[in-house]
Design a protein around this ligand. Sequence first.
Ligand code: AMP
Length: 541
Amino acid sequence: MRGLMQDWPLLIHKAIDYAALQFGSREVVTRSVEGPIVRTTYGAIRGRALKGAQRLVRDGVKPGDRVATLAWNTWRHLEAWYAITGAGGVYHTVNPRLFPDQIVWIVNHAEDRVLMADLTFVPLLEKIADRLPTVERYVILTDAAHMPATGLRGAVDYESWIASADGDFRWVEVDERDAAGLCYTSGTTGDPKGVLYSHRSNLLHSLGCNTPDGLAIAARDAVLPVVPLFHANSWSLAFTCPMVGAKLVLPGSKLDGASLHELFETEEVTFTAGVPTVWIGLLAHMRSRGARFSTLKRLFVGGSAFPASLIAAFETEFGLSVSHAWGMTEMSPIGTFGAMKPAFASLSGEALWARKALQGYAPFGVDIKIVGDDGKPMPWDGAAFGRLLVAGFAVTKGYFKGAGGDVLDADGFFDTGDVATIDPDGYVRITDRSKDVIKSGGEWISSIDVENAAVGCPGVVEAAVIGVAHPKWTERPLLIVVPDKAKPPTREAVLDHLRPRIAKWWLPDDVQFVDEIPHTATGKISKLTLRERFKDYRLPG
Ligand code: AMP
């Protein structure tokens, strides 16, 4: 017998409909690409998104068509998402930090029909447009006054484009399982692969993550997502905030410590989320200016590991509560939260920060397991390293157009490509990407553990560990350090700092100092580039 409850569809436009009705005057504030701070409301955003959807339909966009966005976090980008999905289309977020050739590749693979871009990216698009045959129209996310003269096909400024619609429109009807968003993984090897979110997966992900031990965002919060709309769905914050009526503060293109701190203060931000490199920049700014946070309380970090020493710095010097999250594009993206289970509620000091430096435990809706090379589950003992596999309502079951073939195991789990331990309390510790694991004498060394420990050494700004070929041990770890120019540490000081903190045989065989560590388009340390750079390096002795 079937239940008799309504099949209320989990559609993205429901989030903005709700916000407009219940929180119509709640503000969305942007540091615009043009410069000034722009203030709008959820009510106005819904009205303009309806016009955008109407225009897309008039321009011939059909359900399932892809519309690309190449844009910073702004209110127009947010409206574009709701307009695209409200027209039945699929928002395809393009990461502007990719190389032009990669952008060409993914726009062609996605067969985007319309491309909406910030002013910032017009020169880039002009260089590549003749290689983007599927794009029929470029909508530049600005107004007529700022619109540059451009030969881009069908180019129109966003404000004039939506002004030609009256907004007398109903969202196009789609099924909750229909595609809503498309985001390509950075693909360090091989071609990028498209992750295709559905309306249902996006809304369930938002609901599943906004629990008291998860993001815990409430109507009274003012949220500044540094995590971009163009990468990993901005952690669903573009849906979660309207779904609860939180104020949104969007930083545009300025993500340096000073610009962010100014917005935190002027807009009374209470919650923020970003990747470690952004927080390292903010910390340096705060320290150098002796600055304080008046309203900011919670800082979420993910995308790469965040060492205990940095968590401690934000908590003790600046009074924030830092939460670690782990996830990936294929998981919409959140997979674990570093909340404290009751057994750890009274932890403080070093013990607390050490636990917070773990990636955390999976919330409801995310099933996890670690497996050995034979695919068999490994114990949750905090020691056994295994490949981390996941399943859930917001986890991918295959890539766009079948790229990569069948990606699930016999039980429907997706291989994250990460290597991890899980402790008896369910806390995950990501030790490496599987392709970055260092195998020494048949055992695995966790590069992330060594990096985290190294960053705690005075004078170390950033650290990366790679494996270097060794005649006896197969590979040995090499530590690469960006020193603080004002007080650079010596090689011995770094190794002495590490000795009591990691297993003896994990101690790097050498330390190399560099001016800068390369990062990928998504802000992660690029081990591939480092391995390339150090390919001729020979370990001492
Ligand atoms: P992306 O899909 O670009 O967001 O990259 C996902 C990958 O980033 C994961 O598979 C991890 O390797 C890494 N990652 C994300 N969050 C964390 C974290 N908190 N700690 C360590 N690695 C992380």
